[in-house]
Write a protein that binds this ligand. Structure first.
Ligand code: ZN
Length: 186
């Protein structure tokens, strides 16, 4: 169990759809532990596996001091939406109003492969949607109004973290999944 480097916007792993988990093994439980530890250290309210370079459908959250994790999530979104402030550990210091459903029912599995259902409202609902988006390579800036997106892109281009990442010139690597998916490593 260890704190992992959080990938920032500009890293291709954040735009890559993640693969479903097929092996509910010790390696998966280590991944959940790493995500939890890295999220708490940041600190953040949620963290998805692609954000630490692992393209698998796994994320963790901490909302109202309750820790959770979900694997291979499928979301059922309520029709009522709310436009409220949101941020992301892959975009340091960026916060924009982002429209999200107020209620969500998330179905998936825990790290032992047992089916679970998580019902979230308000902030938990927002976190579940934000993290599930990460698994599809969708980022919160993709959900912004055109005006806010323009402002966000400008703020990103002018940010120190984005420019440092570009200057370093090293292409971030996507970590190979340790899991065999459909008979091949993805
Ligand atoms: Zn995020």
């Amino acid at each position: 169990m260890s704190i992992q480097e959080i990938r920032l916007f500009g890293d291709p792993v954040l735009l890559t759809p993640a693969a479903p988990v097929v092996d509910f093994d010790k390696e998966l439980r280590n991944l959940v532990a790493d995500l939890t530890e890295t999220m708490l250290d940041a600190p953040g309210a949620g963290l998805a596996a692609p954000q630490i370079g692992v393209p698998l459908r796994v994320f963790t959250w901490i909302v109202e001091e309750e820790l959770g994790h979900l694997i291979n999530p499928v979301l059922d979104l309520g029709s009522e939406t709310e436009d409220d402030e949101e941020g992301c550990l892959s975009f340091p210091e960026l916060r924009y109003n982002t429209p999200r459903s107020l209620q969500v029912v998330a179905k998936g599995f825990n790290m032992f492969g047992e089916p679970i259902v998580v019902e979230g409202t308000e902030f938990l609902a927002r976190a579940l949607q934000h993290e599930t988006d990460h698994l599809d390579g969708i980022l919160f800036i993709d959900r912004l109004s055109p005006e806010n997106r323009k402002l966000a892109m400008k703020e990103i281009r002018e940010s120190e973290w984005f420019n440092l990442q570009n200057e370093s010139g090293n292409t971030p690597k996507i970590k190979e999944s340790p899991h065999t998916i459909f008979g091949r490593n993805t």
